[in-house]
Design a protein around this ligand. Structure first.
Ligand SMILES: Nc1ncnc2c1ncn2[C@@H]1O[C@H](COP(=O)(O)OP(=O)(O)OP(=O)(O)O)[C@@H](O)[C@H]1O
Length: 469
């Protein structure tokens, strides 16, 4: 069920020199983690291999016995136009390169080019093909009327279009054996999405979650792969690792961006080889779980900074989604408010309070660094404190009031916004600025602005009149 082949389509390397084929295969495997490879030394076999299906990308030599690369390029363009061809030739001639590009080659490299350039070109071609495949799957879903299994996403409350697009994507790639990478700030709902992907995968086993942040390399290996009795001092009994617990299901590795480099190597090996060794054992076990990983970190930046291995990054990002922060989907706030009010009332055994009309508006003024988790905690806190029918806004104002809307807390200004002023504004100027800011955050709603300022609505109205005079 679980394929360890990467990418999801085959790469066919065609060259009459076996040494070049071997060396290219090793380079692609070690640099990009490519394992879905077929090598072909005889140009006459190429079209038959393509006819069998499964090949997405061909790396083609030009000068070969029987059929030349240019002849093959013509035939591939005619019979398999969806197959991408990258020419890697010994010929360093501009005319040949131009003629190959005219025949439909995606890129042209000379064998003496730097390895980095050729590897980069192959990676571009792989990404383009992966995107084409994803787009095809997505459009099929859109044409066939959206989600086939909306119920898998029912725990995720949203009215946001970007979120629905993510659902369609997750459904499209749910049965793929390749890993799924979910990124997004803390508390946006990445784990909920992982659960939906697991449900849709059709795998009958469990979803096993492991937070890998802060695990040192030995603990990481022990947690994932388990150990045999006596594997190390204190290992009085053997232990099944999480990879085994997740067999037939999904292994969800959270906070993957915090994984140490040695543990990244172990994870890459697991993905590439589909095998692992429990500590103290020389008998390999097979990976039988789908892998989903999540992080709040920017993995591309971590890869560029050298703290995340490139080969693992490319392996993990085959299918990826980015969940937007709550501040970018404010239309979800009223829905989530209603949802969590009900949930909080039920779990606290209270009757469901009614939210004041301005509450959703007030919440929309806040930037929610902790996203949905923070909103949920605020609502649970307010419901646990509240008495009577109408929910009080005070606990929300207290929570929101401690953090500026932009989220910026420049040094020295988090408690005292005037600390950075050389010359203090006058009292009247400061009051005018404050009132203006409150009205902006409250979208012009005076009742809400007055609450944000901790004054009554008539007092705010009076102050506005004074300002406007
Ligand atoms: N759209 C949503 N609808 C309902 N509940 C949600 C939604 N998004 C998040 N939650 C709730 O918010 C909390 C945080 O969600 P979750 O753990 O999935 O976030 P996360 O992105 O994985 O966070 P972290 O990066 O910190 O692990 C959970 O209680 C979850 O049920």
């Amino acid at each position: 069920m679980i394929s360890t082949l990467y990418p999801g389509f085959g790469l066919l390397l065609v060259d009459d020199e076996p040494a070049w084929l071997r060396s290219m295969a090793l380079t692609l495997e070690s640099r990009l983690g490519v394992t879905n490879l077929r090598l072909c030394q005889d140009s006459r076999e190429v079209m038959a291999i393509l006819a069998d299906g499964g090949i997405g990308l061909v790396l083609l030599d030009l000068t070969m016995p029987y059929l030349s690369g240019e002849e093959l390029l013509k035939q591939i363009a005619e019979r398999h136009p969806e197959t991408v061809v990258v020419v890697v030739s010994g010929l360093n001639q501009v005319e040949t390169a131009v003629s190959c590009m005219k025949l439909g080659a995606y890129e042209y490299f000379v064998k003496t080019d730097e390895e980095e350039r050729i590897v980069g070109g192959v990676l571009r071609a792989i990404r383009m093909l992966e995107l084409q495949r994803e787009n095809r799957e997505m459009s099929t879903r859109l044409v066939s009327g959206g989600l086939a299994h909306p119920e898998a996403f029912s725990p995720i409350i949203t009215a946001d279009r970007a979120m629905f697009a993510i659902f369609a994507y997750v459904e499209a790639v749910a049965k793929s054996p390749q890993p799924l990478l979910i990124t997004g700030e803390s508390g946006v709902g990445k784990e909920l999405l992982a659960r939906a992907a697991h449900l849709l995968s059709g795998c009958r086993g469990e979803l096993v979650s492991v937070n890998v942040a802060g695990l040192d390399d030995t603990v990481f290996a022990d947690t994932l792969f388990g150990h045999l009795r006596g594997a190390f001092t204190g290992a009085d009994s053997s232990r099944r690792g999480m990879v085994e617990e997740a067999a037939g299901g999904t292994l969800f590795l959270d906070e993957i961006g915090d994984l140490s480099i040695p543990s990244q190597v172990k994870l890459l090996r697991l993905l590439q080889e589909g095998e692992y060794f429990p500590l103290g054992s020389d008998q390999p076990k097979r990976l039988k779980a789908r892998i989903i990983v999540a992080t709040h970190r920017d993995l591309a930046a971590a890869e560029a900074a050298g703290t995340f291995r490139r080969d693992l990054y490319y392996r993990l990002r085959t299918h990826r989604v980015h969940v937007p922060p709550l501040r970018d989907r404010k239309c979800d706030i009223p829905l989530l408010l209603e949802h969590f009010l009900g949930e909080a009332a039920r779990s606290l055994g209270k009757s469901r309070p009614t939210a004041p009309r301005e509450l959703a508006q007030l919440l929309a003024t806040y930037h929610f660094p902790g996203n949905v988790r923070e909103l949920k905690a605020m609502i649970f806190d307010a419901v646990s404190l509240h008495r009577g029918r109408m929910l009080s806004m005070e606990s929300f104002i207290a929570a929101i009031g401690t953090t500026p809307a932009g989220g910026a807390t420049a040094a020295g200004t988090d408690r005292n916004p005037f600390a950075c002023f050389d010359k203090l504004p006058t009292f009247a100027d400061a009051a005018e600025l404050l009132v203006g800011e409150a009205l902006t955050r409250a979208n012009g709603n005076q009742t809400l602005a007055a609450r944000l300022l901790g004054i009554s609505q008539p007092a705010l109205s009076k102050r506005l009149k004074m300002i406007r005079k």
